[in-house]
Design a protein around this ligand. Structure first.
Ligand code: SF4
Length: 189
């Protein structure tokens, strides 16, 4: 059917209602939907994966073309998420492909108003230096009652839910080895 510009704007009054309006007007969206589905998967390689954001561990399908991720969606074969993802999981694509993400180490000294670009080695050295210094300055070997604790409460470790098991294992070893006892993970908050 023919649709005038005015009618198109009326149908497109908002998101889903636009599609509903077009469908109600007798416009079949099936060919376009089928074509979009076909285009998305036509040349893509599909790799099963797991959403990294929380312990639910929803199964995902990662579509790649020439080694580049082009889409991530829920895996309908999964018995627990059955193809669905929450808004966080549905945005996993942006975890990998995001042109707005800073790609340099930015450092702003205390009191400074401008960011400086540091190379990664320098930034890592500075973090290690401050952790060591703070730990040494605040380390408590024994409590007043003589109880051995070998701890510092001056350093706090907050992990992200996107950290994997191997990373968290090493993080625990490092933090416990330094005597850090305040260890938390964003996924539990
Ligand atoms: S963040 Fe959402 S999509 Fe990801 S595992 Fe958790 S519930 Fe599933």
């Amino acid at each position: 059917m023919e649709i005038s510009r005015r009618e198109l704007f009326r149908f497109a009054g908002g998101g889903a209602s636009a599609l509903g309006g077009l469908a109600a007007a007798g416009v079949s969206l099936a060919p376009a939907a089928a074509r979009a589905q076909e285009l998305r998967i036509a040349t893509a390689r599909v790799t099963p994966s797991v959403c990294p954001f929380c312990s639910v561990g929803c199964a995902t399908l990662v579509h790649t073309v020439n080694g580049q991720i082009v889409n991530i969606e829920g895996d309908p074969r999964s018995p627990h998420n059955e193809g669905t993802l929450c808004p966080k999981g549905a945005a996993t694509f942006q975890l990998h492909v995001n042109p707005n993400r800073p790609t340099q180490v930015l450092h702003r000294a205390p009191g400074a108003t401008e960011w400086e670009v540091w190379d990664l080695e320098r930034a890592m050295d500075r973090v290690a230096e401050l952790v060591k210094q703070t730990r040494d300055e605040t380390f408590i070997e024994r409590l007043q009652n003589g109880k051995l604790v070998n701890a510092t409460t001056a350093v706090f470790s907050l992990g992200g839910a996107t950290l994997d098991i191997e990373w968290n294992h090493l993080q625990q070893k490092l933090m416990r080895g330094l005597g850090i006892i305040a260890i938390e993970n964003q996924a539990r908050i």
